[in-house]
Design a protein around this ligand. Sequence first.
Ligand code: ARG
Length: 460
Amino acid sequence: MSNKMWGGRFAAGPDAIMQEINASIGFDKRLYAEDIAGSRAHARMLAEIGVLTEEDRNAIFSGLETIRGEIENGTFKFSEELEDIHMNIESRLRDLIGDAGARLHTARSRNDQIALDFRLYVRESTDMLIAQIRGLQKILVARASAEAESVMPGFTHLQSAQPVTMGHHLLAYVEMLDRDAGRLADARVRMNECPLGAAALAGTSFPIDRHMTAGELGFDRPTANSLDSVADRDFALEVLAAAAISAMHLSRLAEELVIWSSAQFRFVSMSDGFSTGSSIMPQKRNPDAAELVRAKIGRIAGAFQSLLMVMKGLPMTYGKDMQEDKEVTFDALSAFSLSLAAMTGMIRDMSFNREVMKTAAGSGFATATDLADFLVRELNMPFRDAHHVTGTLVAMAEKKGCALDGLTLEEFKIVDDRIDSRVFGVLTVDKSVASRTAYGGTAPNNVRDQVARWQERLGV
Ligand code: ARG
C-alpha cells in the first residue's frame, strides 16, 4: 500500500529498509509539544485570515488537545509508516475530526514545520541551560564566599606556583560560566525568528500573517527569507558550540575535583551522595560523577562536529540529510544539562579541607615570588637580580630541608647582608595572598568584593 500522506503518485509502498532509514518518529516524537504549539498558531492564523472557518479551527484545537493527552498518557499509537511526528499527529487529527484536520496543512510544509519545531525545542533548551548555569554560578559564589581566606596552592603546569585562595579559584569558574551563559544568550537572540510560513521553500500564495504566528510563538519576528528559513540549522550549531565550550569548562572543574579528592591531595571530600564505592576495594570512594562530567564533553563536542558535517556542502534548501540534526542535538543538550546538574550537586555538597590545602600551599617554596618582590621593594634590587638571589635561597632551604621561613636571618644575610628581619613578614602563605590586592588578584578582600559583585549580578 502506498503512503496515505503523500502516496498519491505511488503504486507501491516503500521497501522495509527504505522505511527504516527514512523514519524519524523514533526520535522526533519528542517534539510533539512543539509541533502542537506550531499547529495551533497556524490554525488560529488561518482562521483569522479566513482560510479556515471558526468551526474548523475549533475542531483542530480540540483534536490537538486530545492528541496531546493521548501522547502524554501513553495511548497514542506512533507509526513508523507515518515517518515523523508531523504526519503522525496530522493523521490522527484526520481520524479524530475528519476534513478539518486535512485542511490544517494549507500554506505549510513539513519543511517549515520541522524548522519551527526544532527551533522551539532548541530555544527552550537554551533557556533551561542558561538557568542551570546561573544555578551553578550561585553555588560557586556561595562556596567562594566561605572560602575567601582559605589558602591553597595555585598551579601552573600542575606544579605549585603561588598561593591563592580557594574563593578566588572558584570565582574563576564563575567568570567562565558567565561567558558560557552569554554565548547561549547571544545565540538565542539570533535564533528568535520564526520560520513558519516559509512553507516548502518558496513561501506561499495564501495571504498568511507570519507576524501573527511569530508573535504567538514568542518570536521577535518572522524570518525574512523563505529559502534560508527551511535550509539552515545554524541556530542549533551555535548552541552546540556554546555547549561544547561550556562542557570544556565543566570538564576542567571536574578534573580538579578528581585530583583534589584523591588521597594524595585531599583538598576536598566529596559527599556520600556524589561518591561511589568499589565492588572489590572497600576503602574506595570514587568521584564517578566528576569523571563522567569530565567525559561528557566528548559527546557534546562530537554533536557539534556531527551536525556541522551534516550541513557542510548541502545545496539550498532542505535536504533529508537535515533529519540527522536531531538525535545528536537531543543527546548533547541533555548530556550538558545533566553535567550542569551533577556539577551543581557536587560543588554544593563537598567539603573543603582547609588545613590540608594550607599545608600544601606552603610546600614547594610557593612564596619565592613574594621573597623576590620583597627584595625589589625593600632593597631596590632589580627584579632579575632578586630572582637570582631568591633562587640561591631556595637552593639553601632545599638543602637544609626546610621552607623559606625556616632559614635563619644569618642564613639570609650570607646571600645578601642587606636583608633584615622584615623578610619574615612576607614568607607565609597568608601574607602572600593578602598582598595580592591589585584588581583581579587573589587577596581575601578582593574575593569578598567579587563575591559581593556576583551576588548582586546573580540576584542572591
Ligand atoms: N522528518 C523530517 C526532518 O526531520 C521532517 C521534514 C521532512 N520534509 C520532507 N520534505 N521530507 O527533517
